[in-house]
Write a new protein. Sequence first.
Length: 332
Amino acid sequence: MARTLSAIIVALIAAAAGVTFFNGGLSGLLGGEPQLAWPHNDGSDFPAARAQFKTQVTVKSSDTAAAPSPPPAIFRRVTYPSAVGPLAAYLTPDPKDGQKHPAIVWITGGDCNALGEMWEPADPKNDQTATAFRKAGLVLMAPSLRGGNNNPGVRQAFAGEIDDVVAAADFLSQQPYVDPTRIYLGGHSTGGTLALLTAEASSRFRATFAFGPAHRAEYQLENIDFDKLDPRERLLRAPEYWLASAKKPTFVLEGNKDPSNIPALKRMRELSHNPNIQFLAVEGATHFTILAPITAVVADKIVHDTGPTSNIEITEADLFRDFVRFSTRIAR
């Protein structure tokens, strides 16, 4: 009864906002998941939707500590300009070899607005440090976002943060040791969700690698009652609705063994008709064990991606082979 009442409330708010229903209509909504559609936008123009609607969602943070100081041989702590002011980031230092290197902006999982000590050695079964990119010779930038650490601005729960990620890429492109034509985006879990939304909102990145994203960010925002908000707030954070908007190569990756967001990957794969997005499930991997071996695969692909546009190809068979090899090696 409570679920039905909540669904009816969502429907009434949606009608007032001009939001319609897609893929199941009101019956799908009553079944549990609201299937909403943006007014006059079939999901193929996320930039237009973002321009039309300004979020009212803000999230307070109790953690206002500055980003920790990293070892200077591994990272520099820098600030990059954004619409809300200077934001902290970690950036691998100039190797002083006179070359311009490919680079990746990496969005961490968990609290993706804030930075922690991502240089510490990690368990290879749960390595969220993105170390593989640094080891492969890529420039790695890990940005904090609005409202994270002691940054200016307020958290907007996957909304304004998209602009911060693009601003990080703009800053990265200006570094003398970075090839501005070879800047990639990656992220894991909440960071993977934000990476996927950014790929749908912007063509700034040469390619994007979203590890374990949710099909709707609302499931990673349990402290926000979306049923009481304008339905566009929910859609603004729903990667599944904007899949047709991605214009650059985008790879969605997840292990198929629990714990895992594999249902989200499968759902988005069923909904998508966009040839720019590839959905890759790694047999035997979890949401965490996928990271160390497959970020290494991605890093190698990026190193060899030297054409005028990205020509990266990845298959599930290749990922399974590399995952098995890695798992066998660390088990010895």
